[in-house]
Design a protein around this ligand. Structure first.
Ligand code: FMN
Length: 174
């Protein structure tokens, strides 16, 4: 039975890569989440919203800005009901206005995270981990927030080796 879980959100559709917009079928964070899961033998769960975000990059940034301002908790297609079997939970997502997309918190809010180690992983275009570590600490005070990993979005796909080594270290499996 796996003792680690990877929860991730990653957006398909238009994204910026070194200043130009390209449409992708797999988002940056999804690469990182999959590398982590295979590195440590974790179960993996994708957060997906009932109402899709706009395919259009700029519109999506506006939607995300509104959701952050409202501390929205958009409805998800599916939720993990319980994480009692896991010791470590990697929380992976893109940086959206400095923190995880609100949809990630839609899932986390439903879980009993007391005593769990939450390990943030954020792909970004310059903001690094933003406020995600302090947000996790504030919202889930019973959890232990481990040292996070920030990855440049466009480098996620080609960073399997680095991500694998980091993930093993993060859960003491190196
Ligand atoms: C709605 C939205 C907001 C974003 N806000 C930020 C930001 O505040 N800081 C940053 O460095 N990158 C920001 N980005 C860029 C993404 O964090 C980056 O491209 C990320 O790797 C996308 O991951 P994904 O492909 O897994 O969705 C934003 C992108 C979107 C779509």
């Amino acid at each position: 039975m796996a003792d680690s879980l990877v929860i991730y959100y990653s957006r398909k559709g238009q994204n910026y890569f070194s200043g130009s917009i390209r449409s992708v079928s797999k988002g940056n964070t999804e690469y990182a989440a999959e590398y982590i899961a295979s590195a440590v033998g974790a179960d993996i769960f994708e957060v997906d919203t009932v109402r899709p975000y706009s395919e259009d990059y700029t519109e999506c940034t506006e939607e995300a800005k509104r959701e952050k301002k409202d501390s929205a908790r958009p409805e998800l297609k599916e939720y993990i009901p319980d994480v009692s079997q896991y010791r470590d939970v990697f929380v992976c997502g893109p940086c959206w206005w400095g923190t995880f997309p609100m949809a990630v918190f839609s899932q986390l809010d439903r879980l009993d995270l007391d005593g769990k180690k939450l390990i943030p992983v954020m792909t970004h275009e310059g903001s690094g981990l933003g406020s995600c570590e302090s947000d996790l600490k504030r919202l889930y005070p019973g959890a232990i927030v481990g040292e996070g990993l920030a990855i440049r979005g466009g480098e996620a796909q080609s960073s399997e080796r680095m991500i694998t080594q980091w993930a093993k270290r993060a859960v003491g499996k190196d």
